[in-house]
Design a protein around this ligand. Structure first.
Ligand code: GN1
Ligand code: MG
Length: 342
């Protein structure tokens, strides 16, 4: 971050002795930890190539914060800090920033090591949706249109195969055949969302483990990274937990032999989520609990593969085949998951 930007931000927030350190987690936004005297903050620059309407994010956080203060004041909701103009979103020359209080004595983890952690996190995501069940989800602004619309993601993938980098298309032809062979997952998704007992609720849409704050006693405290909160199906939240908790290695792993499914972790996600969400889900939704993982793993495989074909325009890459490695990782995970739920 250049000196001028740094100074503007410090002026906005009244930080007189701030030191910044970059936090390299997440693929989309830039994040820093800021220590100003005895206060600690998280500062984020919103990636406006992805989030075209940062004001929508801000409006959603205000709505949720207001509702939770009224109805569940005990819930730890990490709303953005107001700047010296009483705004929770700072628009400065190079983009949009916002800041949050760092919650003392809390920590995040990057990899799910125990089934207990999977349970705690799933319980927090279920609880979050349950606490907001009284809020009409359609009041939320759509910060990312069609974010978890699998049918659209599939069409975008076919567009990539038509219009993308021909050398890469040739290189991944077997992966393309595999993705196409699984198209029935798109149909299952469509059947699910059109069922009268499948409901849209306030859903987080990015339930990876680093988006849960834990206490020193290893208990879940609350969920964070709230930009993708939108109306959605439980499939999104449970599916992304299946995708990111059940395998001992992350989507970055290139050694496919390490991609295995920990069935006890799947059960912990189910137990934790159902405990957290209480009696909110319909029996149809509960019956389709494990469809979630299939939809989300498949969607992520599609997104990584399409991005590779499109020369990494969305996710970027740290080495030339990065998104191909990620896509093949997710393809392997999908196969493993499918045998686990058979
Ligand atoms: C992105 O930036 P991050 O890591 O929170 C992406 C998710 C993907 C994830 C894969 C807005 O999330 O949908 O699952 O990468 N978020 C967006 O690592 O596209
Ligand atoms: Mg995120």
């Amino acid at each position: 971050m250049n000196e001028n930007i740094f100074k503007t931000i410090c002026d906005f927030y009244g930080w007189k002795h701030a030191s910044f350190s970059n936090i390299h987690s997440g693929l989309i936004n830039n994040t820093w930890k800021v220590v100003n005297e005895d206060e600690v903050f998280i500062l984020q620059k919103i990636n406006t190539a992805v989030f075209k309407r940062p004001d929508f994010i801000d409006a959603n956080l205000k709505l949720l914060s207001f509702y939770l203060k009224q109805h569940h004041p005990e819930y730890l909701f990490t709303s953005p800090v107001a700047n010296n103009k009483a705004e929770t979103l700072c628009c400065i020359e190079d983009g949009y920033y916002r800041s949050f209080y760092f919650i003392k004595n809390s920590f995040t983890i990057d990899v799910v090591q125990t089934a207990g952690q999977a349970f705690e996190a799933a319980c927090q995501f279920g609880k979050f949706t349950a606490l907001l069940n009284g809020l009409d989800a359609s009041q939320l602004k759509i910060t990312l249109p069609d974010f978890h619309n699998l049918s659209l993601r599939y069409l975008q993938f076919e567009d990539a195969v038509r219009l993308g980098n021909p050398v890469r298309i040739e290189e991944v032809k077997n992966d393309i055949v595999f993705i196409r062979s699984q198209k029935n997952i798109v149909e299952k998704f469509e059947n699910f969302i059109h069922h009268p007992d499948a409901k849209q609720r306030v859903t987080h849409h990015d339930t990876k483990i680093s988006n849960v704050l834990f206490s020193a006693e290893n208990k879940g405290l609350c969920v964070i990274d709230l930009d993708t909160i939108m109306p959605g199906y439980f499939l999104s939240d449970v599916g992304d937990m299946m995708r990111t908790y059940i395998c001992p290695v992350s989507e970055e792993e290139a050694d496919l032999s390490k991609i295995v499914v920990r069935k006890d972790f799947m059960k912990s996600i189910q137990d934790g989520y159902l405990q957290g969400i209480g009696n909110v889900l319909s029996s149809f939704e509960k019956d389709n609990f494990f469809l979630s993982g299939e939809v989300l793993i498949y969607m992520q495989a599609i997104r990584f593969l399409a991005d590779y074909i499109n020369n990494d325009v969305y996710y970027g890459c740290k080495y030339p085949t990065h998104n191909l490695v990620r896509a093949r990782n997710q393809i392997k995970l999908l196969r493993e998951y499918q045998s686990a739920i058979k």
